[in-house]
Design a protein around this ligand. Sequence first.
Ligand SMILES: Cc1cc2nc3c(=O)[nH]c(=O)nc-3n(C[C@H](O)[C@H](O)[C@H](O)COP(=O)(O)O)c2cc1C
Ligand SMILES: [Fe+2]
Ligand SMILES: [Fe+2]
Length: 393
Amino acid sequence: MKKYAIPEISEDVFYVGSKDPDLRKFDALVHLPYGTSYNSYLVKGGDKTALIDTVAPGFQDEFLSKLRQITDINKIDYVVMNHAEADHASAIPHVMEASPATLLTSPKGAKMAERFFGVNPDRIKIVDFNKTIDLGVRTLRFIDAPWLHWPETMFTYIPENKILFSGDFFGGHVSYGIFDGDVDNAIPAAKSYFAEIMLPFKNWGRKALDKIAELDIAVVAPTHGPVYKNVRPILENCAVWCSGETAEKALVAYATIWGGSGEMAKIIAESLKSEGIDIKLYNMGNTEFSEISADLIDSRGLVLVTPTILGNMHPMATLFMNIVKLYKAAFKYGAIITSYGWAKSATKHAAEAMETAKIEILGSVEVNGPPLEEDIKAIQELGKNLARRIIEN
Ligand SMILES: Cc1cc2nc3c(=O)[nH]c(=O)nc-3n(C[C@H](O)[C@H](O)[C@H](O)COP(=O)(O)O)c2cc1C
Ligand SMILES: [Fe+2]
Ligand SMILES: [Fe+2]
């Protein structure tokens, strides 16, 4: 039988999760350069054993083999479900079938466990956020931390180990290594992940951070990516990402077919840069969302540059603005540049999209075909105005 490496990440806490290095799309949207992991942890508590979260569909056999390697599956007393999403909860019915365990989860988690995974309600215990569960020499404490990333989410804390099991919060899409020290891009990966999953819920993130501020945390164990032994960088960065604070930074997002809009995007980017603004130039036609997601957290300005296509923005610009709105990107000030062949109609759609995303529009330039001298001047002027507003904030 295959022998798995099962690292002990803290005293009597074992990593039994799965690595998925070849996964290239998450949520059918996000490109994953490093794959991801589905972290699960087995806690030997002295008298009782608890399993914290499980793994994604397809990994259940490997998962059960790992559990059998490290313990008698019949002796798993509790399965803690911090989050009911399939990437962490789909193996729950397999563990419940193989063991007499009780499922511990939040009130909303209980309904989801029954509905999504067919868990018998008689085997579900809703946790009391004011009480602990004694495992013998270790205790489980639960923290109500909803909307990170679904409404039922919660955290689990073991004071004896000073370890926080935070579900998707503090996660990152990284498949290699176990600890933050094994990974050279842990914080940038966590920042992209935050943008892709948590940004719409940053106010809930702030509430959760306030709640855990009183805990003594030595290890942060999320459900994706590295386990943090050096906890300050992830806790402090996450607090900044949740704060909604923006930088003197602008994203110039463009689509182009014949190059005119691309040229105009570069002109305004140069103009902003010459005023000291940090610029990210993004060709919506060939850039992955994951390459710019982190910039949605803290860019104060947005320039949308698009040709007119069938009376509207380029479809990639429409998609991008939809993402900006849904993910509650931080942009405060915007500018619009459109190119058209015979009728000015894209600007109206771009302006509507910016307004619904609560972005204050400082101006727009409409250009017939590729830009001429006077268009270039107008674009440079628009860049300077936007830069001034970004700096004034
Ligand atoms: C598929 C397609 C559809 C277009 N639809 C429109 C349109 O509805 N109205 C318009 O004024 N121009 C339309 N155009 C013309 C472009 O907006 C125009 O050529 C623009 O300058 C191209 O900008 P680019 O150089 O950034 O690709 C269309 C062009 C293409 C290729
Ligand atoms: Fe999730
Ligand atoms: Fe997840």
